[in-house]
Ligand binder design. Structure first.
Ligand code: SAH
Ligand code: SF4
Length: 380
């Protein structure tokens, strides 16, 4: 399904595309630069605020482009540093964006470091067995303009006045919406927009091999995180249907190619699920893979999703798994979760709202009472 908005979002425009439209009106090309300055530097939400533009031009811009970022409909605060925002798109669809704040180290430790976790699709077609995003299947891709608008909308939240890192780990499989994602990241990276460095952007994928190889050739030097979650085909097959299409023997060489092209470590994400992938044998084969590719391993205790049977292993078992990797010389982190008292799992909050389960107290920011034990997860 493709959604056609009444007016194209201005957030999908580039200096070239906007200058072309402006030229049809015989406007000088420097006007495009002025418009972008208003949008990205001054954070103007409407051409009415663009006081150095002639009135007819402002009216034309209003009539021809959508300037408003997505509409925030719900915000949750967790007791730690995570804030989750639900945004409504023009067709009424809901997407989730997470703001994470971590204290800075060193000189600049007054201000928190802000990471945004963004969604790229509504739902997901890949149906990983443990994931809330895929439970209702895939509805549609976000357009490039919607992805940029998502970031701009999140930046209006006072918890995210600055942006240090962007992680594409929200709802959806980013590499299944490749062209729109790259177009959006290029805009966010551009000096005339946010100027966010590509190395501050991380894309997480469940392992779409041809797209990993295309991304490896991309001039935009982003980081890659691969959701492994099983270090043998037998285990990965059980929980990630994509492994049938791209099993480890095709996925791992693609990871290696990416790492070599970019000259930087990639990350393997590995959620620990009790009795499924938490054995010492899995840790050993994971260590072998990580050593071969020279990758960092990010272990995340899995979070329960309503209606799904998975449980996280005991702390002792999580630590034994971590220790095994350590002792094999692998760079590994066991994540302390952020946002565990809100439905921080991308896909979970939307599911609760669509199922009518999120109540008033959630909207007032009383997440514990609203969510009961519907724990969320986050992985940065
Ligand atoms: N589709 C991409 C990015 C979005 S999912 C991907 O799969 O990588 C982002 C991360 O959340 C992935 O590593 C995913 O496996 C993980 N995840 C999904 N459900 C989870 C759960 N219940 N507990 C912990 N992590 C989960
Ligand atoms: Fe889709 Fe990623 Fe969830 Fe798998 S883990 S269903 S690929 S969002």
């Amino acid at each position: 399904m493709k959604f056609q908005p009444d007016k194209p979002p201005v957030f999908a425009e580039t200096p070239e595309s906007l200058a072309l439209r402006l030229a049809q009106r015989n406007e000088p090309s420097f006007r495009a630069g002025q418009v972008f300055k208003w949008i990205y530097k001054e954070r103007a939400r409407s051409p009415d605020q663009m006081t150095n533009l002639p009135r007819p031009l402002r009216e034309w811009l209003s009539a021809n482009f959508d300037f408003a970022p997505n509409t925030p409909v719900l915000g949750t605060d967790s007791s730690d540093v995570t804030r989750k925002i639900l945004q409504r798109l023009r067709d009424g669809s809901l997407i989730e964006t997470v703001i994470l704040r971590a204290p800075r180290t060193g000189k600049d430790n007054e201000k928190a470091r802000t990471t945004l976790c963004v969604s790229t699709q509504i739902g997901c077609a890949y149906g990983c067995r443990f994931c809330a995003s895929g439970l209702k299947g895939w509805k549609r891709d976000l357009s490039a303009g919607e992805i940029v608008a998502q970031v701009m909308s999140a930046l209006e939240n006072k918890a995210a006045d600055t942006l240090d890192n962007l992680v594409v780990m929200g709802m959806g499989e980013p590499l299944a919406n490749y062209d729109n994602l790259i177009a959006a990241l290029r805009i966010l990276n551009a000096p005339w927009a946010l100027g966010l460095g590509a190395r501050r952007m991380t894309i997480s994928t469940s392992g779409i091999v041809p797209k990993i190889l295309t991304l490896a050739e991309e001039p935009l030097d982003v980081r890659l995180a691969v959701s492994l979650h099983g270090s043998t085909n037998a285990v990965r097959d059980k929980i990630m249907p994509i492994n049938k299409q791209y099993p480890l023997e095709t996925l791992l060489p693609a990871c290696k190619t990416f790492a070599e092209k970019h000259g930087r470590m990639l990350t393997f994400e590995f959620i620990l699920i009790a009795g499924v992938n938490d054995s010492i044998d899995q840790a050993r084969s994971l260590a072998k893979i990580a050593r071969e590719i020279h990758a960092h391993v990010n272990l995340i205790p899995c979070n329960p999703v309503a209606g799904l049977p998975w449980k996280r292993p005991s702390i002792a078992r999580q630590q034994a798994f971590t220790h095994e990797l350590h002792s094999c010389g692998i760079s590994v982190t066991l994540r302390r979760e952020k946002g565990t008292d809100i439905a921080a799992a991308c896909g979970q909050l939307r599911l609760q709202v669509e199922n009518g389960e999120a109540n008033q107290s959630l909207q007032r920011g009383g997440p514990k009472s609203a969510q009961g034990n519907a724990l969320g997860y986050h992985y940065h």
